[in-house]
Design a protein around this ligand. Structure first.
Ligand code: 8YV
Length: 329
């Protein structure tokens, strides 16, 4: 490491252990009160720092990068998805972008399965009945009935690491695995998951009981599930999204649920976080979570460790392990 430690600006509060390590290794500017940085503060950060550690809540666009100082060389994103960053604009300025893949795969897949179970089996609805003011009138053979997931068809959009981890879990729950991806998964993975590849997303959507979104948000996947495609789905089908809100046209989804064209939804992500389309609120068949896919102590610490490794290797003059390549749309 060079004698002058690089100035690293971290935009949000990270786990203590990660912040301590960063303070040891770099000249680190932390955000101890965790308030998201203003646009002006972000501009100052890219003007003064060598490295910025943003999160999904920071918009690192081309206009911001125009304020970058000569020293600004690395955006070490705390997060796997990089749709908050204009990666092409960064590359055009010779700025490297890294992310934190792998470490949040299993936790995000767990949360996806939790939603796949929660919506058809009415878990949050049931939990709300026995809450502080216990409204339970007693058991009945025909009350609180939901839908079996065993034996149903799960259509996964995006068969990357998280999609595969979802498929593995879903298979153990007796779901048959179908998927749409830009290209088929390799044959070993298809065999292990007994997965059926659908080249046509439209055809897959029309036949699935549950659809899970597990692809990244890119220009090609923005509103992939639009009003037209939502209408292709079976009226008794459920949709689960733990990837990015922008992949579904949220207004069209709210309308489809309102019109009974879809049986329900489990959403961990939204188009305009933290805002949620009001039409999705207060519905028994819609389970909403506040972007919790990777919210375990373990994931968040390991994401921080990846950020540290990426910065360290970059500062040492090596290629950081989690470099984000130009977006291939
Ligand atoms: C993170 C995520 O919480 O890593 C991602 O892509 O969506 C989340 O799990 C968030 O992005 C951190 O910046």
């Amino acid at each position: 490491m060079p004698h002058t430690k690089p100035l690293v600006t971290v935009t949000r509060k990270l786990p203590d252990i990660v912040e301590t390590r960063m303070r040891e290794l770099f000249n680190t500017r932390l955000n101890l009160d965790d308030t998201a940085l203003s646009r002006e503060a972000l501009e100052r950060a890219v003007a003064e720092s060598t490295v910025l550690v943003p999160t999904v809540t920071d918009r690192i666009d081309a206009a911001l990068l125009e304020k970058a100082g000569d020293k600004f060389k690395l955006i070490a994103n705390f997060g796997a998805g990089v749709d908050n960053i204009d990666v092409d604009a960064a590359h055009a300025r010779g700025i490297t972008v890294t992310n934190t893949p792998n470490v949040l795969t299993e936790d995000t897949a767990d949360l996806t399965l939790a939603l796949i179970l929660a919506v058809p089996r009415r878990l949050t609805e049931g939990a709300q009945i026995i809450s502080a003011d216990n409204q339970w009138q007693g058991w009945s053979p025909t009350w609180m009935l939901g839908h079996r997931i065993h034996g149903k068809r799960l259509g996964i959009i995006g068969m990357g690491r998280i999609g595969q981890a979802v498929a593995r879990r879903a298979k153990a729950f007796g779901l048959s695995i179908h998927y749409h991806n830009r290209k088929p998964a390799n044959s070993a993975i298809e065999e292990e998951l007994e997965a059926t590849y659908w080249d046509s997303l439209d055809q897959m959507l029309a036949r699935m009981d549950i659809v899970s979104i597990n692809c990244p948000h890119t220009p090609a996947t923005y509103h992939l599930l639009n009003a037209r495609r939502l209408k292709l789905m079976k009226p008794d089908a459920f949709i689960v999204n733990t990837a990015r809100g922008e992949i579904i046209d949220e207004t069209a989804l709210a309308q489809a649920i309102d019109a009974g064209e879809i049986a329900g939804a489990g959403l961990d992500v939204f188009e305009n976080e933290p805002a949620v389309n009001p039409k999705l609120l207060g519905r028994a068949n819609v389970v909403l979570l506040p972007h919790m896919g990777s919210s375990t102590y373990e994931s968040r610490i390991e994401m921080g460790e990846k950020v540290v490794i990426n910065i360290r290797s970059f500062v040492d003059g090596n290629a950081p392990p989690d470099r984000v390549l130009p977006i291939d749309v």
